[in-house]
Design a protein around this ligand. Structure first.
Ligand code: ATP
Length: 355
């Protein structure tokens, strides 16, 4: 079996961290004797706008559809020029490829200063509806302003998306510590969060081996901050998940340690939780951990989807090499307490993969 993975470097620190993620993935694939994976560059973001006149050049979605998965660097759309060809590409990709499940794990490392130790939480966030105004309407925006004194947001919660994300959460819990905590504010959003929770409880019946409990979102913010070790899989609608996954990243040492995978049934996209970090771009100090770990999650997803043991092995090799590098604390970037550059950390992880 051969696979093609599209590589889009994105903006800011993207061209620094994405090549390191690909370098580590190549080393792990070689070590796992999983030879048939090709990484293909695809232009996207500000560099594509400068060179080709579009942040999402025409034909990109068709090109991506011919691949098996994507690695996407951070996108700094807030600084894009006011031009209709300078669109924010990643919500378009997420919707086009139906990448409805956003996996955002957070784990602590004993050597990295953090608010908590022994944390291993997976925030699983619905990705394609909810309060995000660019994701919940067929036409137009989910935010509108009828006059200068009032503005409105619309949140869509559907049974279908709730059902799909719930299945992913229970499956993920089965491979972890067997526990799902569903997040809601049902006492206030009786219809929307009510529909979400009713659906989650229905889906739970198919997974009697997984324990389901639930927290109001405000309670979850408190408990996650104080006792994150009590959580395994945290199942959320879109915006609650967006907020709580930044919180869990903060608990274990910051955004450089926060990977992500947006997955659907046919494609998945590795994308770190952090943004393009323009304040440190070009200085060679960005932490490549989150991008490497996101790419590892993509290999794991591909391995499971295609029942390809070599890919799964490569993902495990990648994970072990990354964890060991961070735990040893020698070749790590300044945010992790070291002095290494982005590329020195990337090559240290790649070397640890063998291959
Ligand atoms: P954007 O507009 O693209 O979201 P931002 O600066 O508002 O950019 P982030 O990119 O998420 O948001 O960065 C927030 C802070 O975290 C910044 O100080 C940034 O330098 C830091 N940061 C983010 N990613 C990393 C990383 N991989 N390594 C080190 N520091 C990082």
């Amino acid at each position: 079996m051969t696979y093609t993975i599209a590589v889009m470097e994105g903006d800011g620190i993207g061209p620094e961290i994405v090549p390191e993620a690909v370098r580590v993935a190549r080393a792990a694939l070689a070590a796992a004797e999983a030879p048939g994976v090709e990484f293909v560059p695809v232009p996207l973001g500000m560099a594509a706008f400068t060179r080709l006149g579009h942040t999402l050049p025409p034909g990109t979605l068709e090109r991506l559809a011919e691949t098996d998965g994507f690695v996407l660097g951070p996108i700094g759309h807030a600084t894009y020029p006011d031009d209709e060809r300078a669109v924010n590409p990643h919500p378009i990709i997420r919707r086009h490829f139906d990448l409805y499940a956003n996996h955002r794990p957070a784990r602590s490392f004993s050597r990295v200063p953090s608010l908590h130790q022994d944390v291993d939480v997976l925030v699983l966030r619905e990705n394609n509806e909810g309060f995000q105004p660019d994701r919940n309407m067929m036409r137009g925006s989910g935010e509108f302003q009828p006059n200068e004194h009032n503005a409105f947001s619309v949140r869509v919660i559907s049974r279908r998306q709730s059902e799909r994300i719930a299945h992913r959460a229970f499956e993920a819990a089965r491979a972890r510590r067997g526990r799902v905590t569903a997040i809601h504010k049902r006492s206030v959003f009786t219809l929307t969060d009510g529909l979400f929770m009713d659906t989650v409880e229905e889906v739970a019946r198919a997974y009697p081996d997984v324990r389901l409990d639930d927290h109001q979102v405000d309670t979850a913010a408190l408990h996650l901050t104080m006792r994150p070790q009590d959580y395994d899989v945290v199942l959320c609608t879109n915006m609650y998940g967006d907020i709580l996954s930044d919180l869990t990243a903060g608990l274990v040492g910051g955004l450089g340690l926060a990977p992500g995978l947006s997955a659907g049934d046919h494609w998945a996209m590795a994308q770190a939780t952090h943004g393009s970090a323009p304040d440190i771009a070009g200085r060679g100090v960005a932490d490549p951990y989150a991008m490497i770990a996101s790419t590892r999650m993509l290999l794991e997803w591909l391995g499971a989807r295609h029942e390809d043991a070599a890919l799964t092995r490569a993902a495990h090799i990648m994970e072990a090499a990354t964890v060991e590098t961070v735990e040893r604390g020698l070749d790590v970037t300044p945010d992790l307490g070291g002095e290494a550059s982005t590329s020195r950390m990337g090559s240290a992880v790649a070397a640890r993969c063998g291959g």
